[in-house]
Design a protein around this ligand. Structure first.
Ligand SMILES: Cc1ncc(COP(=O)(O)O)c(C=O)c1O
Length: 370
């Protein structure tokens, strides 16, 4: 009889050495750091977009100490409940259609109400009371009732048997990461005026407001990025606020090649070798979610030491100037971001914020937890 093929050995050899390690202790540390900054507030852990790319169930399990979870889709709430977690969940973008309401009730999910169309749907639907978060548009001009429509919306909600008695009043900041700008203060004033004398808890603060606007903490803070150790404050990383990165993206060198002077590296020949030099090729590219458009000079860590990316990032590979590490060998570890190399640095090079790279990791990257 023929021997079975040695599949396992072949498969291990075929796997790319690219991984995203999620540090659940860092998630818990960051939750603690947020609580320390906002000691009077309850904390809603925002876990939308698959836990900012870190894995929804993994993040929700690690952050069971939060007072609630904030999600953007009912399917996320479904996943959190399927993971056996019973914490309150708030649907941050609110429900879209009347058929969502029985789902909210079945999953025991609270919802943001930001539009008159949702009031009309709630008025049509009877059942167990749903807890609602009434959203005021204080200047972001994305979701929310105009300030002069808030009292009427509150009255309509309060009159419904299908809505729980305690309505939370909320808004969202547009520029809370810019501590010098007046917009956050103006939004706070609009909110105070629109909601004065209305009963209920208040919630405004996203991560940047937790970090920089203590007067905006209110009864519930709603951090997302800070939980993952990421700052959106220009020029400052999560570490500057006592946060720890919750993700390390890493791979290995597949090759180290000696390339002569005056040769051009990679697609479109954008980078020319100034001298005979070692060039590392690492198993990561935009097909893994690493931003394609980072310029030459963007740092990676090879064996824990900084080395610059050169040439174009391609789908599966990137090239690295190894002149500072003449001893680097194929198989050596390469860190793209994480401890020692903040994702904010890479985001800055890619002209975006740290949230985008962590949300962009693709499915072929192996996720591991430590
Ligand atoms: C309504 C709402 N609250 C809180 C957050 C969390 O924001 P951040 O990740 O900046 O803390 C978001 C995310 O955009 C949001 O949409």
């Amino acid at each position: 009889m023929a021997k079975p093929a040695r599949c396992a050995v072949t498969l291990v050899g075929m796997a790319r050495p690219t991984s995203a390690t999620i540090h659940t202790d860092a998630l818990r540390h960051n939750l603690g750091a947020i609580r320390a900054r906002a000691p009077e507030s309850r904390v809603m852990a925002v876990v939308k977009a698959d836990g900012y790319g870190h894995g929804l169930e993994r993040v929700a399990r690690a952050l069971q100490g939060a007072d609630a979870f904030g999600v953007a889709a009912l399917s996320d709430a479904e996943r959190i409940r399927a993971a056996g977690l019973s914490q309150p969940i708030v649907l941050l973008s609110g429900f879209d259609e009347v058929d969502d309401l029985p789902q909210l009730r079945r999953l025991n999910v609270e919802t943001v109400v930001h539009h008159a169309a949702q009031l009309a749907m709630l008025e049509q639907s009877a059942g167990e009371p749903i807890r609602c978060w009434l959203k005021v548009d204080t200047g972001m001009h994305r979701l929310g009732f105009a300030p002069d429509a808030v009292r009427d919306a509150h009255a309509r909600l309060s009159a419904l048997a299908g809505v729980a008695d305690e309505i939370v009043l909320m808004s969202h900041f547009a520029s809370s990461d810019e501590f010098e700008l007046p917009q956050t203060r103006e939004q706070l004033q609009v909110f105070a005026h629109a909601t004065s004398e209305l009963p209920g808890l208040r919630s405004l603060a996203n991560s940047a407001a937790v970090l920089g606007w203590p007067g905006a903490h209110g009864d519930w803070v709603r951090p997302g990025g800070a939980l993952y150790g990421i700052s959106v404050v220009a020029g400052q990383t999560g570490a500057d606020f006592g946060l720890r990165p919750a993700m390390t993206l890493a791979t290995r060198l597949l090759a180290v090649n000696r390339i002569g002077r005056g040769e051009r590296i990679g697609y479109s020949a954008t980078w020319e070798t100034p001298e005979d030099m070692p060039v590392g090729v690492a198993a990561i590219g935009y097909g893994d979610g690493y931003p394609r458009h980072v310029p030459a000079g963007t740092p990676v860590l090879v064996n824990g030491h900084m080395a610059p990316v050169i040439g174009r990032v391609s789908m599966d590979l990137m090239t690295i100037d190894l002149r500072s590490q003449p001893d680097a060998r194929p198989g050596d570890p390469v860190t793209l971001w994480g401890e020692g190399l903040p994702v904010e640095v890479i985001a800055d090079a890619a002209a975006t914020i740290g949230y985008e790279p962590v949300c962009s990791i693709t499915r072929r990257v192996r996720f591991v937890e430590d």
